[in-house]
Design a protein around this ligand. Structure first.
Ligand code: NAG
Ligand code: NAG
Ligand code: NAG
Length: 715
């Protein structure tokens, strides 16, 4: 048996066997994350000066950029008592050295980094010099505390570092229960790497913060209540436990989020006030002796009504001021302000520096002399067209399923051409105009000018793309019609396939190119219909589903036997959607995917071999407090795949943003990013809509025109 030739033959047989038995053919999935391509987030800092007589807090406005401008860097935190880490790494630290721990999303995954940045360069102290200076890379030491490429794929968030103990959120463990968040808090000794889950199994924790001694950790949590679909305010409570092992867990505040400690007995947090509706910062004083119970905790409101103040940041022992994000009634932008606790006044931090920009999640240095935050910046040198800036057209995402590559596209409702070489999508920031582009980013071409949604390629007739023209998320009677465009023609001409304008949308052709299934509101309800693919409804139409509910987002299987779709038929109008399948002749109706009770599973799309579907769902609930992020209607949206019988549900994306409208294509695209140049100089995304629109309390707040007439219900 020790014959090398024989061994070689066995090896070759094994290799061949493995090839044959490989589970699924190679393919690619493409999806949308609302706004994410524009998040060129980096972490910045500004100095705070405090004078004693007269007592006042002031700033010089020399903003310093602390992170490296690679992809998305956010949720920073100045470590407490961690400089010894760098001494142990033989890296000098001095008064001009900053340490910063933060989340970074790069190379398709999320990691936590600790940077030590030397900013010893007096050019940035010049008075009046307002351009953000970036600390040079040669002065940077980076320690990837949690490298997303090595550990299991997950979202990482909200790091805080005291001494050598890192506390953070990760979504790496499946909660095992549909519609239950995977967000849990972990601690790690950054020298030994020893990691512990601090959140009990079956519970989700968000926004952890360690007390300055590192002894306690506070989190925002549902406790046993679970998630009920909340987006604007999660309705969490604040729990405190020992950082050491998660023991001694106790609820200290009913209704609150985003805790931040001043000392081991005092923390600040935010909540939306139940009476006047303004997001405000509150202070909780925990008893100094005995066990902590919510009843013995003293809670007082800190910031006044009349503006939203949230995501507080504190520094150890500092009872003079805190730092907050605000939305003032007259402003469309989220800014960082200091709140003077003694004199009860706000001081602008970021408005004088970058008035027309959103600034997020402020934090203070341990000595209280610096505020940090993250913001987005596109268009470095200020001259249009010369910035050399890039936005990712396709961003490759790391995930656990072999033989499938996954891309986030800079647009929505993407779909692959039948060969998988071309992509059609709608440019969100260009009024929903329809583009096609080669998968390598070449030959980008505008093919329809006008608001549209959904795209699908004809499987037989080359270059024919179907879309629906009109507003998304609209009522049954809204004027929306299906058109066919030959994208290889240069004249932007198209053929109308429906004419009545009764919200005819989500066209999906049969694999022989003869029929199109679509949803229409023509009966007064959105149900599914099938029409002639070339002639449209005048060439023949029949109704596939019928009932006083919504059937929508249909996709025809590659073997022609099934149509998958999303429906709220089990609870019409509730906002809850399940994925069903039906034969094109109307038989065989059955449910495939349900995300818990009251949940959402939407936008099904068959794999090229017809054995799986990809879809978007709230199956893993929310992963962070939505107010700590820019605007997302459905921050719980993540991409999943499952077998066509609904078994083997697997999560592909991990983030706190809205992922949606996935499509599956037949070609395996190499898992690398595809960049496109941009002339944009602004970061074009919205702040949370519930901070700007007139709300149920009747507050007159400025409405950002770009938010438009969207509604929150997915139809
Ligand atoms: C990201 O990928 C690039 C190219 O493959 C590589 O040079 C870089 O080191 C990676 N960055 C991280 C943080 O892994
Ligand atoms: C700072 O960290 C060192 C080493 O981790 C520890 O020995 C020391 O007690 C810490 N100091 C404070 C004030 O927490
Ligand atoms: C309907 O279509 C399915 C799948 O093509 C087929 O198995 C079934 O026999 C058809 N039923 C009728 C009543 O035509």
């Amino acid at each position: 048996m020790n014959n090398p030739i024989f061994n070689l033959i066995v090896l070759l047989l094994l290799i061949n066997f493995c090839k044959i038995s490989s589970s699924s053919p190679k393919s690619s999935i493409i999806f949308t994350t609302l706004g994410r391509s524009r998040y060129k987030f980096d972490i910045y800092t500004l100095p705070i000066s405090i004078t004693q007589s007269p007592p006042s807090i002031s700033f010089n406005h020399q903003e310093l950029k602390l992170t490296d401008g690679v992809s998305v860097n956010f949720n920073g935190h100045f470590p407490i008592n961690s400089s010894s880490i760098f001494s142990l790494l033989n890296q000098p630290t001095s008064s001009s050295t900053f340490q910063i721990v933060y989340v970074t999303e790069r190379n398709g995954t999320s990691s936590i980094f600790l940077d030590s940045v030397d900013v010893a360069d007096d050019s940035w102290t010049r008075p009046g010099f307002r351009v953000a200076l970036e600390a040079g890379d040669r002065d940077r030491v980076r320690v990837p505390l949690l490298d997303g490429t090595k550990s299991k794929v997950s979202m990482k968030d909200s790091p805080s570092l005291v001494g050598k103990e890192l506390v953070y959120v990760s979504t790496r463990e499946d909660s095992g229960v549909p519609r239950t968040s995977w967000a849990a808090v972990y601690s790690m000794d950054i020298f030994s790497g020893e990691t512990r889950r601090l959140t009990p199994v079956g519970v989700a924790d968000f926004s952890p913060a360690m007390s300055p001694s590192g002894v306690y950790t506070a989190v925002a949590s549902y406790g046993e209540k679970g998630w009920g679909g909340e987006v604007e305010e999660l309705g969490t409570d604040i729990y405190v436990f020992f950082t050491r092992d998660g023991s001694g867990r106790v609820k200290v505040v009913e209704h609150g989020g985003w805790p931040s400690w001043v000392d081991d007995h005092t923390l600040f947090f935010h909540r939306r006030d139940e009476n006047d509706g303004w997001w405000s910062v509150y202070k909780a004083s925990l008893p100094r002796v005995g066990g902590v119970e919510a009843e013995s905790v003293v809670v007082e409101r800190v910031t006044p009504p009349g503006l939203h103040a949230f995501t507080p940041g504190t520094s150890p022992g500092n009872d003079e001021f805190i730092v907050v994000a605000t939305r003032r009634p007259q402003s469309n932008y989220r800014h960082i302000e200091v709140f003077d606790l003694k004199r009860k006044v706000f001081k602008d931090v970021t408005r004088p520096v970058s008035p027309k920009n959103h600034h997020f999640n402020p934090f203070l240095s341990p000595d209280g002399t610096r505020v940090g935050y993250h913001k987005c910046k596109i268009g470095g040198n200020g001259k249009k067209g010369t910035g050399g800036d890039q936005i990712l057209l396709l961003e490759n995402i790391k995930h656990p399923v072999p033989d499938v590559s996954i891309f986030r596209v800079d647009g929505s409702f993407p779909s692959f051409s039948p060969t998988g070489d071309r992509i059609a999508y709608l440019a969100d920031l260009d009024d929903g105009f329809l583009y096609v582009v080669n998968h390598d980013g070449s030959n980008k071409k505008l093919v329809h000018k006008g608001m549209a949604f959904t795209t699908a390629w004809d499987p037989i007739r080359k270059g024919v793309v179907y879309t629906s023209v009109g507003p998304n998320f609209a009522s049954e009677r809204t004027k929306v019609d299906i058109i066919a465009i030959n994208v290889d023609n240069d004249d932007l001409s198209y053929k109308k396939l429906t004419h009545g304008g009764e919200n005819n949308a989500f066209p999906s052709p049969s694999p022989d190119g003869k029929w199109i299934v679509f949803r229409s509101g023509r009966s007064g309800y959105k149900n599914l219909y099938i029409m002639d693919a070339e002639e449209g409804e005048t060439g023949g139409i029949h109704r596939l589903t019928e009932g006083p509910w919504t059937d929508t987002m249909c996709n025809w299987s590659p073997d022609g036997e099934w149509i998958a779709f999303a429906t709220d038929r089990e609870n019409p109008g509730s906002g809850s959607f399940e994925i069903f399948m039906i034969h094109p002749n109307g038989t065989g109706l059955h449910k495939v995917i349900q995300s818990g009770s009251g949940g959402r599973a939407n936008h099904p799309w068959f794999s090229p071999d017809g054995k799986s579907i990809v879809f978007t769902s709230d199956y893993a609930a929310v992963s962070a407090e939505p107010i700590s992020n820019p605007h997302h209607y459905q921050p719980y949206g993540e991409i999943f795949i499952a077998n066509v019988d609904g078994s083997n549900v697997r999560r592909l994306t991990h983030n706190s943003f809205e992922d949606g409208t996935p499509a599956w294509g037949p070609k395996f695209l190499s898992p690398v990013d595809v960049a496109q140049p941009t002339d944009e100089r602004k970061c074009l995304f919205d702040d949370c809509y519930w901070l700007s629109i007139k709300n149920k309390f009747g507050m007159e707040l400025t409405l950002d025109a770009s938010i438009g007439a969207q509604c929150y219900k997915l139809q």
